[in-house]
Design a protein around this ligand. Structure first.
Ligand SMILES: [Zn+2]
Ligand SMILES: [Zn+2]
Length: 199
């Protein structure tokens, strides 16, 4: 039987190929499994799965697809945990370019998440001005709390606390700030003005 099916429309892309279907199903499976491995600190295995997902997605969806960007962001987060900052930056920048170019509102939130991840890379390198600048891109209405487990999105600048030590990182409140302090303190350029905020 000859197939004359109509192309199926996924968002803006018309592509009914088997590679497309594989990229969606396998890519999602690899990504979810890698996220589970991340939670138990098995970063090398997570990296391998993200790499497989990226290969499949680049082949089936393309290097500029919003679903490929999800894997670029995820492997970037993995490299942050592995302290491979150059690799993290490369993938996060790719993810950010795609997410910032997307017209969908939901991708703007994802772009903010990727900017926060990139800010962490700059923070770890000691480039706090660049971290601060990235975190403020969404100001005044669409910023994020910097604590990685915080679930608030589109936070107003006026509802965020700024770290008094480095003035380069923002939190929704003291709870998130103190939870992130163990991580952030290594990078925070402390000043006398910070004393009030560090408890
Ligand atoms: Zn928070
Ligand atoms: Zn700080």
């Amino acid at each position: 039987m000859t197939e004359h099916s109509k192309p199926i429309r996924y968002g803006a892309t018309i592509n009914p190929s088997p590679e497309y279907a594989e990229a969606i199903s396998q890519g999602t499976y690899f990504n979810n499994t890698a996220q589970q491995l991340m939670k138990i600190s098995r970063y090398e295995e997570a990296e391998r799965l993200h790499k497989q997902a990226i290969e499949i997605k680049e082949r089936g969806l393309g290097k500029d697809h919003i679903t490929t960007a999800l894997s670029y962001n995820a492997i970037g987060e993995t490299y942050i945990q592995m302290k491979r900052l150059d690799d993290a930056e490369m993938y996060l920048q790719k993810a950010l370019n795609i997410r910032e170019a997307s017209p969908r509102a939901m991708d703007e939130i994802d772009a903010a998440v990727t900017r926060e991840n990139l800010a962490v890379v700059y923070e770890m390198r000691g480039d706090l001005p660049r971290a601060r600048q990235l975190r403020r891109v969404g100001s005044p209405n669409n910023m994020l709390c910097a604590h990685s487990n915080c679930e608030l999105y589109n936070v107003k600048r006026s509802n965020l606390l700024q770290c008094g030590g480095c003035k380069s990182i923002y939190y929704c409140g003291r709870e998130c700030q103190s939870k992130d302090w163990k991580r952030h303190k290594k990078y925070c350029k402390r000043t006398a003005a910070a004393e009030g905020l560090e408890a």
